[in-house]
Design a binder for this molecule. Sequence first.
Ligand SMILES: NC(=O)c1ccc[n+]([C@@H]2O[C@H](COP(=O)([O-])OP(=O)(O)OC[C@H]3O[C@@H](n4cnc5c(N)ncnc54)[C@H](OP(=O)(O)O)[C@@H]3O)[C@@H](O)[C@H]2O)c1
Length: 366
Amino acid sequence: MIDRPFADLSVRPVPFPEPAAGQLAVRVRAVAINPLDAIVQSTGRLMYGWLDYPAVLGEDVAGEVVAVGEGVDAFSVGDRVCAYAMGIEKGRDALAGGGFQHYVAVEASMTARLPWDLSFTEAAVLPLAFSTAAAALFERSQLGLDHSTLGSAPPRDEIVVIWGGATSVGGNAIQLARAAGYRVITTASPANHDRMRALGAEAVFDYRSPDVVRAITEAVGGSAVAGVVAIAAGSAEPCVSIAARTRARRVALTSPSVSFYDQPRHGGLSVRRARLLSRLVLSNIRLQAQCALHGIRARFVWGSSIADSPVGAVVWGEHLPVALETGGHRPVPSPRVIGSDLGAAQRGLDLMRQGVSAEKLVIALE
Ligand SMILES: NC(=O)c1ccc[n+]([C@@H]2O[C@H](COP(=O)([O-])OP(=O)(O)OC[C@H]3O[C@@H](n4cnc5c(N)ncnc54)[C@H](OP(=O)(O)O)[C@@H]3O)[C@@H](O)[C@H]2O)c1
């Protein structure tokens, strides 16, 4: 639980989260740590101004259904599921709906049943990253790609460029774009190139190479680029350059131009925070000017947006449960278990701020 902006997480009892209509109560067996949790903790009211404190952070849960709300007939008590815990999103219950607790209320529409041989720890890496990838690729306001035949789509001769394939969002985006029939070019550190190819990318480039934008443009050749997904802080600028050179018209931005990890962890005025925010504003102005010059639409993605759009129903309700069963969607990256009690959540946030590579920090609850 976080008691006020910038506070360390603490553990204390809260009431059982009775599921409202359309919701499930889930006993959490595994919960993953996301950059979003660290960002909410260290940006105070800047990004999540609507959040009522105290609140429970944590978006990625896997566990067993223990109660079913009115109007839900797709799930029963005892089902093994993973779900996107959306408590911190606007208009939702930030206590009942946060994932860092033993019982959580989740939307049935953002929940998927798990195959018997997929562990809770493995499944907990999915929900937020999967939702964000789907929002970036399929929302009409983003790349707006065709997802009507997801999982059985014929191959298309169109490329999606996904910057940051080794991120949790990126690994899901590669698989979803492939399931929708698109070709994928991505970026990752060399140590992760084989992983990216195994997920379905046809070409992978090191994002640290000074030539990376030119190399991706050459790899595209004359093919059509359906859009570019920019993942990781600082990815927006090279992605808009790639779009300009390949005549792609849409860029989905999942991350800000600056890293929010570069600001002080605690609140109050500071030169470091002021510099970071002014860099953020200036880079956004430059970025939008470049987009205007090349006729590119670049918009910020909000992973939770699919909960209220037809995309959520398709990817969570139809695609994910089947694709997990058949191996058509793999939970990536691999989980790294950092503890077995909720007290590990703050340690997880601090560890994540130091950087992770192709792994997701997970608490495996007893
Ligand atoms: N807008 C939304 O709704 C939303 C939702 C979720 C996440 N996000 C954002 O999406 C980003 C990724 O989140 P995540 O949870 O997927 O992260 P993550 O799994 O923690 O990402 C770790 C990976 O980031 C890669 N990386 C680091 N810097 C990079 C760069 N400059 N270019 C390309 N890859 C880079 C590293 O790849 P290598 O190991 O190959 O170096 C590393 O494996 C974050 O910025 C997060 O805030 C946004």
